[in-house]
Design a protein around this ligand. Structure first.
Ligand SMILES: [Zn+2]
Length: 434
């Protein structure tokens, strides 16, 4: 550090942050303290509008890119690259109020605190600061997840993504226009990215750890399956003549769970996360079932092994149930480490402020998972209480942990802006050679 009192904000600042968090949680609020604001719905639009207003009122220049990502910029050093901070404001249906939203609000407050400290101390940093609300991280209304950061990092094609439809045939482009959520902004060059998020698991709460330095992502394969049988009368068709798509699907669903027995406990996770039956009608054997398989593993090799096992089971089920089973689309994330220098920077910030800390894996995907492929990226976690439950209204993190996380995040952001992460300095060289 350069003698700045980074990360030691007044309790008045903490109160302002918590007040903003309470206000933000009123948008799309559900009966049991959760939120429901799926991407580009009216509720997502209300949250985005409020957040945009908060940024403008606090001196940010706000703009939106063509896939609906909202950027708020604080230019402290004219022409310098930016340290980008963010997460997502959208949610799953009937979800918790912390997932993503905590990180977006923390990004804004950490940027404001950092700017104010620099001003108070007469410091000119190395980099500018920007915050982002990534569009559609959750991927529930429009697939795939991590859509805004996926387009930003070049993983997804913009035009194809804008043409993606929800279950009612509404495209991403139409939905974004309906909430006035599209722009033409081209983001500036980024020196580093940082994101803070709730853990969405129980490991930190179990160990009484306040700050998690995310050291690696699990690998994930989310893929859509279609089981095709033949529609017929559910009473009159002879059992041996049936080609029941629901029966085939049921056996695949059980196989998705049973394959975990081949691996160490907690090395692989799997589930079925969406299911459609056609014609879904009484007295009719189903002709088609579509569903999403979600398999995750500690590392990519294990995931490939799990996938291969499941393919073997599926071949047997096809023969047994006289159905065809095809994969019709997949999103795959490889496992991978976060930058060691970033983990160390976060650890030393947590130590400097006196918080317990540890390395932690992320089992969930995050926008940081995309960003770490293109820029030096640091990800922090705060604990999830209530057994670590998430994507549920009962999701909970205490005010004390929210504030502790923001304090460490602000410390990290200040150091990033000062160019203390060696890898971020590559952006300066790139800017100089342009
Ligand atoms: Zn999230």
């Amino acid at each position: 550090m350069t003698g700045l009192s980074a990360g030691h904000p007044s309790s008045a600042d903490d109160g302002a942050f918590l007040d903003d968090f309470v206000t933000m949680s009123t948008f799309g609020a559900t009966a049991n303290q959760g939120v429901d604001r799926q991407a580009a719905t009216a509720e997502d639009g209300q949250t985005r509008e409020w957040f945009t207003g908060l940024l403008r009122a606090n001196g940010f220049t706000v703009d939106i890119d063509p896939i609906g990502n909202i950027f708020g910029l604080l230019e402290l050093v004219p022409g310098a690259p930016y340290v980008l901070l963010g997460s997502h404001l959208d949610s799953q249906p009937l979800a918790g109020r912390f997932d993503g939203a905590y990180g977006v609000l923390s990004a804004a407050h950490a940027a404001m605190r950092t700017r104010d400290q620099f001003a108070a101390n007469g410091v000119t940093p190395t980099f500018n600061l920007a915050v982002v609300d990534w569009f559609n991280e959750e991927g529930c209304r429009f697939k795939p997840s991590m859509m805004g950061s996926g387009v930003f990092t070049g993983l997804l094609d913009l035009e194809k993504t804008l043409a993606t439809t929800d279950a009612h045939g509404v495209t991403v482009a139409e939905a974004l226009q309906a909430i006035d959520g599209v722009g033409t902004f081209t983001p500036p060059s980024i020196a580093a990215y940082s994101e803070i998020h709730i853990e969405q698991g129980r490991s930190m709460d179990d160990a009484n750890t306040t700050i998690g330095m995310v050291s690696s992502t699990w690998s994930a394969r989310k893929y859509e399956i279609v089981v095709r049988g033949e529609q017929s009368h559910s009473g009159a068709t002879r059992m041996k003549d049936r080609r029941d798509a629901v029966l085939g699907a049921a056996k695949v669903i059980v196989a998705v769970n049973d394959l975990l027995a081949k691996f160490d406990e907690e090395a692989v996770h799997s589930s079925i996360s969406e299911l459609y039956v056609a014609p879904n009608s009484p007295v009719t054997v189903a002709r088609e079932v579509r569903f999403l398989i979600d398999i995750r593993a500690r590392e990519s090799g294990l995931l490939a092994e799990a996938y291969a096992h499941l393919q073997d089971s599926i071949a047997l089920i096809e023969a047994e149930c006289r159905v065809s089973i095809d994969e019709i689309g997949a999103s795959i994330w490889e496992s991978g480490p976060f930058l060691e220098s970033g983990i160390e920077l976060t650890r030393s910030s947590a130590e400097a402020l006196g918080y317990t800390n540890d390395r932690v894996l992320t089992l969930a995907g995050h926008d940081a998972t995309n960003m770490k492929e293109i820029v030096p990226t640091i990800m922090l976690f705060v604990p999830s209480a209530a057994g670590g439950i998430s994507h549920n209204e009962r999701e909970f993190t205490s005010d004390a942990d929210l504030v502790s996380g923001l304090n460490v995040f602000t410390h990290v952001v200040t150091r990033l802006a000062l160019g203390e992460l060696p890898e971020s300095l590559n952006a300066l060289e790139a800017a100089a050679s342009r």
